[in-house]
Design a protein around this ligand. Structure first.
Ligand code: NAD
Length: 253
């Protein structure tokens, strides 16, 4: 990764207790940001502590992004403690579907939409309000290549990630003249707990999934973190409304 500096910046990462969010929070901290590590899972406390142990600045704030009260409390904390937010990575998400559309159920629909869409929307509202008051900032949302095309047996998840891209592009245009940039990353399969759960320890499935990517492997969370930090940095000052594939060539086929 290059030497982008976030010294003096405040960065929020949701879904930061594990996977892509955890690694991105650590990369922000390594480059000088004060990081608000947020997750519904209290395991985020250990992520914040490991950042502090490594000499960085971090605080853990537990938050269920699908709850208005919980998001309000998170942003009350950020506003009173820091008074600004330079970068926000709306990454918390769930992926709990494995059925064709006609076999799906309403509980699964509600869970995925509540976290992946409502959660991003609630956080974006608060982030934009704070950024408008404090001179701007950069927001990156985690979509997916499932937000750019079909995802058989994951149609609800796919719809949720298409929605994330819709929120991203619309907000990017709405706030383009207000020094707020809004972009999305669209990972293909990334080696995290979410992926390991889907594999269920099946080596044949692992090989088949690797081969779906033109580069012949799945991605690493570090490769998504690098894209997020770039999009949040001043190097990306002319990029807004982008849905950036981080996908080993998957969407080029
Ligand atoms: P992960 O399961 O390893 O981590 C997700 C984190 O989100 C967990 O720490 C979890 O506790 C948290 N979370 C879940 N619900 C939450 C809620 N309501 N409020 C706050 N936090 C909550 O998954 P990951 O692979 O790191 O996924 C991160 C994001 O990347 C998700 O949005 C996912 O849809 C997306 N994504 C993942 C992949 C992949 O292959 N891993 C591919 C494309 C997109």
């Amino acid at each position: 990764m290059n030497q982008l500096s976030f010294s003096g910046k405040v960065a929020l990462v949701t879904g930061a207790a594990a996977g892509i969010g955890e690694i991105t929070a650590k990369h922000f901290a390594q480059r000088g940001a004060t990081v608000i590590v947020s997750d519904i899972d209290a395991a985020g406390e250990a992520v914040a502590q490991s950042i502090i142990d490594a000499g960085g600045e971090a605080v853990f704030k537990q938050c269920d992004v699908s709850s208005t009260e919980s998001v309000d409390a998170l942003f009350d904390f950020i506003t009173s403690k820091y008074g600004k937010l330079d970068a926000a990575f709306n990454n918390a998400g769930v992926d709990i579907e494995d059925s064709k559309l006609a076999d799906g159920n309403i509980d699964t629909y509600n869970k995925i939409m509540d976290v992946n869409v409502k959660g991003v929307w609630l956080c974006m509202q608060k982030e934009i309000q704070l950024m408008l008051q404090s001179g701007g900032g950069a927001i990156v949302n985690t979509a997916s290549i499932a937000g750019l095309g079909a995802a058989p047996t994951m149609s609800i998840y796919s719809a949720s990630k298409h929605a994330v891209i819709g929120l991203t592009k619309s907000a990017a245009i709405e706030y383009a003249k207000k020094s707020i940039r809004v972009n999305a990353v669209c990972p293909a399969v990334i080696d995290t707990d979410m992926y390991r759960r889907a594999l269920q320890g099946d080596p044949k499935k692992e090989l088949a999934i690797s081969r779906l990517h033109p580069v012949g492997r799945v991605g690493h969370p570090e490769e998504v973190a690098a894209a997020v930090l770039y999009l949040c940095s001043s190097d990306a000052s002319f990029s807004t409304g982008v849905a950036l594939p981080v996908d080993g060539g998957s969407t080029a086929i």
